[in-house]
Design a protein around this ligand. Structure first.
Ligand code: UD1
Ligand code: CA
Length: 459
């Protein structure tokens, strides 16, 4: 079926209704660009390169996809409408035969099975064009499918529709399969006599019907799939649909979401069964979470790898870091990139880690900064411990070996090593290595002046 299938994506429009500096198709929906969605479903269908028509913000779109295989770009300049956009691909496809599948870059939810069904029906009926349509409750903004005697006669845009036509609830999805043979010649007869003065691709349908070319339609079962995005408010609405779909998938796989409406899980995130996710949690990027974890309200994990039976208490931020089984994090902890918290370790409140390994069963429970540090097993890091890892020019490492005990409010000036089983006395500023099994103490000695208060009062 994918023989001679050429996928074309239109992405040149200004996106006027977004009021944005950024091209519309680069706006993010649940973390991914609009165009990512369209390209994913396109690539599942076609081994041929996907042709993308760009125009407004062309450079930014091409930069965003630099190095992505299987794409070729055509520039539409100026942007005179969707019909004019498709015409720009003629030099690339002039000698091609077979089927062109046309997708709009701002219609992200179309599923691969729907597109396959469209192409299959188009090819088996031998149609010149097949239009994907949907029955929707609120047709506002979409082109309406005008039928005569049950067959599609033409498509009329919202702005050009007569009042009676506006009442039609069958709309144009903006997705079509075309036989390439008559396509480009016919596009040239599209006129721009309409409310926007643009060359509308949907006008091709009326032209085909007048020329007695076979035009077919396929109506999607789930109208959600054809949602187009023209404004920020539609971006939010469709974003909510995407999140809901992901959340349903997670719950079906055995994940508890206390409140799906406020759970924000991006597409590629994986969560193991019996994990409980509380409200207002954000799981982003390539985050993977094991089984039977509990992620409390307000936490955000980006590209995090979390084992099983891990507890992440309220309001933690974890980025590009790993957390092993049974570890406990937070509340209010910050794991910056390169942190590696081993099995059953504890990172407590107001603790920040950066490029730091915290060994198995080790604890940093309160008010601590650990940066560029390698910390062994069964280590206790006292409240307020700081690794002074930065001398203003470079970052220096700190090593704390197994079983060491760092007293509260210590400053460890890197590069420095605290040996195995060593102690650091509270309030020390450690600038030299502390040998294993030793006590490092670096602070002013305490002097008590007995009777001082009485003497002062008597003065
Ligand atoms: C379009 C259809 C409408 C359909 C709806 C489905 C037209 C005239 N109307 O309306 O029938 O119901 O989509 O979502 O096609 N583009 C270009 N070059 C241009 C103009 C647009 O590449 O010169 C691209 C845009 O980047 C966008 C797509 O074509 O990805 C659709 O353009 P848009 O202006 O959003 O069309 P709609 O008004 O939504
Ligand atoms: Ca649109």
């Amino acid at each position: 079926m994918t023989d001679n299938l050429h996928v074309i994506v239109l992405a040149a429009g200004k996106g006027t209704r977004m009021y944005s500096e950024q091209p519309k198709v680069l706006h993010r929906l649940a973390g991914r660009r609009l165009l990512d969605y369209v390209l994913d479903s396109a690539k599942a269908l076609s081994p041929e390169p996907v042709t993308i028509v760009v125009g407004h913000g062309a450079g930014r779109i091409q930069d965003a996809y630099k190095g992505t295989p299987g794409l070729q770009f055509v520039v539409q300049e100026p942007q005179l409408g969707t019909g004019h956009a498709l015409l720009q691909t003629e030099p690339l496809l002039r000698s091609a035969t077979g089927t062109a599948l046309l997708l709009y870059g701002d219609v992200p939810l179309l599923s691969t099975p729907t597109l396959k069904r469209l192409v299959r029906q188009h090819q088996s009926e031998g149609a010149a064009a097949t239009v994907l349509t949907a029955q929707v409750e609120r047709p506002y903004g979409y082109g309406r499918i005008v039928r005569t005697g049950g067959r599609i006669a033409r498509i009329v845009e919202e702005r050009d529709a007569a009042p009676a036509e506006r009442g039609i609830k069958e709309v144009n999805a903006g997705i079509y399969a075309f036989d390439l043979a008559p396509l480009f010649d016919a596009i040239k007869s599209i006129a721009s006599r309409n409310a926007q003065g643009e060359y509308y691709l949907p006008d091709l349908i009326g032209i085909y019907r007048r020329r007695k070319l076979a035009v077919s339609t396929l109506t999607v079962e789930n109208p959600r799939e054809i949602r187009g995005i023209n404004s920020r408010s539609e971006l939010a609405e469709v974003g909510a649909i995407v999140r809901q779909m992901k959340n349903e998938e997670l719950m079906a796989a055995g994940v508890t979401l206390i409140d799906p409406a406020t759970t924000y899980v991006q597409q590629d995130v994986v969560v193991g069964r019996d994990t409980v996710i509380h409200p207002n949690v954000y799981l982003e990027g390539r985050t993977v979470i094991g089984e039977a974890c509990e992620i409390h309200a307000g936490s955000r994990l980006v590209d995090a790898t979390v084992g099983s039976r891990v507890t992440i208490r309220n309001y933690c931020i974890v980025t590009e870091s790993a957390i092993a089984d049974e570890a406990v994090i937070g509340p209010f902890a910050h794991l910056r990139p390169g942190s590696d918290v081993k099995t059953a370790a504890h990172v407590g409140n107001f603790v920040e880690l950066k490029k730091t390994t915290l060994g198995a069963r080790s604890k940093a429970s309160h008010l601590t900064y650990l940066g560029d540090a390698t910390i062994g097993e069964d280590v206790n890091i006292g409240a307020g411990t700081i690794t002074c890892n930065y001398d203003g020019k470079t970052k220096k490492p700190t090593v704390i070996e197994d079983g060491a005990f760092v007293g509260s409010d210590s400053a460890l000036v890197a590069p420095v090593t605290i040996g195995k089983g060593a102690y650091v006395a509270a309030g020390s500023t450690i600038v030299n290595d502390v040998p294993s099994e030793s006590l490092g103490i670096a602070r002013g000695r305490q002097e008590n002046k007995e009777g001082w208060v009485k003497r002062r009062q008597n003065k």
